[in-house]
Design a binder for this molecule. Structure first.
Ligand code: NAP
Length: 322
């Protein structure tokens, strides 16, 4: 009896984060009658709420609005009994059992945890970048490249992501500039060579973006027209005409709140096994918080599903599923 009382004070599964990985995990766990609780974080719905049309999520032949897709996932999770707390988890203690999570001035205890806090694209930090966000300025070519068919775009960065984005965009766009702050790429040789061999990709070396240029007056939406660049070697300023800019200057995993409670790689991505298990048994991770390779809504949802199934197995193994 006392044990049951104690169990009721402890959540069976807490999901941290409310992107496609988190909501998918919530749908699976609630359908398994495990009554998960989702802590959404400050940005409810995650990165997808900052995009417009999503054309590559299966099941929506006419595309789907990003915020709408996330709201639908939330509704679906709630329909099966997921509870939602619109707060951020500020800290964790995974050294005790049950685990202790800090949020909103209080704590919550949990037998199992899924971390799905995602990653945030690194931005340049320019005011104009915000003005043209999603209307010229993007961070995912696979998501938003389709809006620039036959147009001219600039990709910013010199790593593998920049090469991949540029090569992808070159198939859709008339012209792709790669603007890199040095005269040497960070990208792997094979990715760099592929981009360099592409007819309509042109490299702009030693250059940084000082401002995103465009028209904010003549229509209901701002329209990007180009970039103000500065050459870091000569100090010379120039204007590059472009309809869009894709930032590929890296991502920052949202793992700061973990403060060393779990194993991460040097960049802060949580390390997981094939079963989404982190370095702490009972703590799982799903989505962009561990995956810096695929980073798609559909892969994040898949990882969320895997993590939920693994949580279920874990709770059953531990005799904590009831
Ligand atoms: P990354 O390797 O860290 O490269 C970031 C690039 O952005 C660098 O060239 C960097 O310039 C530049 N940059 C960073 N901050 C900047 C700023 N404020 N202004 C201008 N430029 C800035 O990141 P990534 O390309 O996203 O790759 C991340 C990881 O994923 C890597 O391990 C990569 O190999 C891997 N990845 C693999 C594939 C693949 O194999 N298919 C595809 C994508 C990514 P500097 O070079 O001057 O530092």
């Amino acid at each position: 009896m006392a044990e049951n009382e104690a169990k009721r004070e402890v959540e069976r599964a807490v999901i941290i984060g409310s992107g496609p990985a988190g909501w998918t995990a919530a749908i699976y766990l609630s359908r398994a009658n495990l009554s998960p609780i989702v802590y959404t974080g400050a940005e409810v719905g995650g990165q997808l709420t900052t995009t417009t049309e999503i054309e590559n999520f299966p099941g929506f032949p006419n595309a789907k609005d990003g915020p709408e897709l996330m709201a639908d996932m939330e509704e679906q999770a709630k329909r099966y009994g997921a509870r939602v707390v619109y707060e951020e988890i500020e800290g964790v203690d995974f050294s005790t059992r049950p685990f202790v999570l800090r949020a909103g001035g209080g704590t919550v205890k949990a037998h199992a945890v899924i971390i799905s806090t995602g990653a945030s694209p690194r931005m340049l930090g320019l005011e104009s970048e915000k003005t043209f966000w999603s209307r010229g300025v993007h961070t995912c070519a696979v998501c938003d490249g389709g809006f620039y068919r036959g147009k001219t775009v600039a990709v910013i960065g010199g790593g593998d992501s920049a090469m991949e984005e540029a090569t992808y965009l070159a198939k859709l766009c008339e012209k792709v500039y790669v603007v890199h702050r040095r005269d040497e790429l960070r990208a792997s040789r094979i990715m760099a060579e592929r981009a360099m061999a592409t007819r309509n990709i042109e490299f702009v070396w030693n250059s940084v973006v000082e401002e995103v240029l465009g028209d904010t007056e003549s229509g209901p939406f701002p329209k990007m027209t180009g970039l103000k660049l500065k050459n870091r070697k000569t100090g010379e300023q120039s204007t590059l005409a472009a309809d869009g800019m894709f930032l590929a200057i890296g991502h920052i995993p949202n793992s700061g709140f973990l403060q060393g409670a779990l194993e991460t790689d040097d960049a802060g991505y949580v390390t997981v096994t094939g079963a989404q298990q982190t370095s702490v048994e009972g703590v799982f991770a799903a989505g962009d918080i561990h995956d810096h390779v695929y980073r798609q809504a559909i892969t994040a949802a898949g990882f969320g599903c895997k993590a939920a199934l693994e949580v279920e197995r874990y709770l059953v193994r531990q005799g904590l599923a009831d």
